[in-house]
Ligand binder design. Structure first.
Ligand SMILES: Cc1cc2nc3c(=O)[nH]c(=O)nc-3n(C[C@H](O)[C@H](O)[C@H](O)COP(=O)(O)OP(=O)(O)OC[C@H]3O[C@@H](n4cnc5c(N)ncnc54)[C@H](O)[C@@H]3O)c2cc1C
Length: 438
């Protein structure tokens, strides 16, 4: 009999997992909270390991066709002086692509059920695993949704019905006002739940719902996320006369800037900088321009030439509690839900593709329980090493505020031969498909 899976989230991880599970003969439903499937307005670098995983998922060639193959052109100071030469090994090349192009290639016409926010999950220890979906939930990123979450919290404080549903659906939240809760009749609670919430069972639930994962909150309630102390602007614009043909990275005091060519004759840039949490500006182009005002001319030019609608700002968070395993009976986490990391190494998405390919291949060859055991063995150690390295790297870039530390870091870049750095990168990015390791 065909086995069924519910994939929570239609980001890069959810869409990749859908491909992997379908190839293993599973019947898949993808549930997405947002009203539409969308790739964030930015680019992404796919490294050799990510591309190998995309090959396993049957979409590597489509990505090669659309992406720009770019070699690292080097690391520079904020003033544009060279710190490290570009890499020459062919395996150092990245495939740089706009996220919406990548989303389209991964999705390839697959059905995604949008407006389906998963708010509760049970694992398969006492029956079939299931998810509870809230119908018609607002887009989680919208101001309406943020207001609604606040309203729920307020309402929960004062009234019984809200509190009870709150408890059922958002495990790990505030302590419960049991006295108030007990005043709501069972019938009242059931009627409200039935109209608004639906429970769906499957053989497997895949939590691909990103850093704020509802699946993880339900089944790993102690795991915490952590603010990195840095914010990130990223923008896309048509290539300029001084745009690079490869990947360029600039390091300054408590800040980093990078840019690379992507499909459509465009350039993608990212700008990370130490900042207090939650700051926003009416004009983010101006805010980024002001922060990088004293940097090399090509950095300033690219920020200033970015259309207002093509810049996004996001504070950088990561999963602070390393999970001991990514599985529960009948439930598996992948991507940022399992190992959200800082983007300093540009590996979060690449490792997500590895997760999805690994899961699909293991489910082709093994029973569900055995596949989940092997998935944990293959994924936990490797992804957590990248989490640690990303954090350590941040302490020498976006967290390096002390000028002495900045000078020492720049000196170290000058000392490490490019060849040695390249060989380390090559080793780190080696990923072997379970087809070749089993
Ligand atoms: C600035 C920046 C630059 C980066 N650059 C790179 C790079 O160059 N290379 C690289 O490999 N990685 C990069 N990353 C990391 C990469 O973007 C992430 O690791 C990757 O997008 C994770 O994919 P995901 O599918 O796990 O999560 P997400 O992309 O966050 O997708 C989660 C999906 O789940 C949905 N969802 C959330 N909650 C629910 C719910 N309750 N119910 C239903 N659906 C839900 C969301 O709406 C979303 O569609 C970068 C990250 C940042 C922040």
């Amino acid at each position: 009999m065909t086995q069924t899976a519910i994939i929570v989230g239609a980001g890069l991880g959810g869409l990749a997992a859908a491909r992997g599970l379908e190839a293993a003969g599973w019947q898949v439903r993808v549930l997405e909270a947002a009203p539409a499937v969308r790739g964030l307005g930015a680019g992404i670098s796919i490294t050799a390991n990510g591309l190998a995983a995309l090959d396993e998922l049957g979409v590597g060639d489509a990505v090669r066709e659309r992406a720009v193959r770019a070699l690292p052109e080097g690391v520079f100071t904020d003033q544009g002086s060279p710190l490290q030469q570009g890499f020459q090994l062919p395996s150092s090349a990245v495939h740089a692509i706009h996220r919406s192009t990548l989303h389209d290639a991964l999705r390839d016409g697959r059905e995604v059920e949008t407006g389906m926010r998963v708010v509760g999950v049970t694992d398969g220890s006492k029956g079939r695993p299931s998810v509870t979906v809230e119908h018609g939930a607002a887009d989680p990123d919208s101001a309406d949704a943020r207001d609604e979450r606040q309203r729920r919290r307020d309402r929960a404080r004062g009234t019984k019905l809200g509190r009870r549903i709150h408890r059922v659906l958002e495990p790990g939240d505030d302590p419960i006002d049991r006295k108030a809760e007990s005043r709501a009749s069972r019938a009242q609670v059931r009627a409200v739940e039935a109209a608004r919430f639906e429970t769906i069972e499957a053989d497997l639930v895949v939590g691909a719902d990103g850093i704020d994962s509802a699946v993880r909150k339900a089944l790993w309630p102690k795991a915490r996320t952590d603010y990195s102390g840095a914010t990130c602007w990223y923008g896309v614009l048509q290539a300029e006369a001084d745009s690079p043909a490869g990947v360029r990275q600039y390091l300054g005091r408590a800040a980093e800037f990078g840019m690379e060519p992507i499909d459509g004759g465009r350039v993608y840039w990212w700008a990370m900088a130490h900042a207090r949490m939650g700051q926003t500006a009416g004009d983010e182009v101006e805010a980024a321009r002001a922060r990088f005002d004293s940097w090399a001319p090509e950095v300033r030019d690219h920020i200033a030439a970015t259309p207002q609608a093509a810049i996004v700002r996001r504070d950088l968070w990561s999963l602070a509690t390393p999970l001991r395993g990514f599985t529960r009976p009948g439930v598996v986490l992948l991507g940022d839900a399992a190992h959200a990391m800082l983007p300093t190494l540009g590996q979060g998405g690449n490792l997500t593709f590895e997760d999805a390919a690994t899961l699909g291949i293991l489910l082709e060859d093994h029973s569900l329980d055995e596949a989940l055991r092997r998935y944990d063995r293959a994924r936990v150690g490797r992804t957590q090493r990248f989490q640690q390295r990303s954090r350590r790297l941040a302490s020498t870039t976006v967290r390096a505020r002390n000028p002495v530390l900045v000078a020492a870091r720049n000196g170290a870049y000058n000392l490490v031969p490019t060849m040695a750095a390249e060989v380390v990168a090559d080793w780190m990015l080696g990923w072997r498909s379970p087809r070749h390791t089993d």
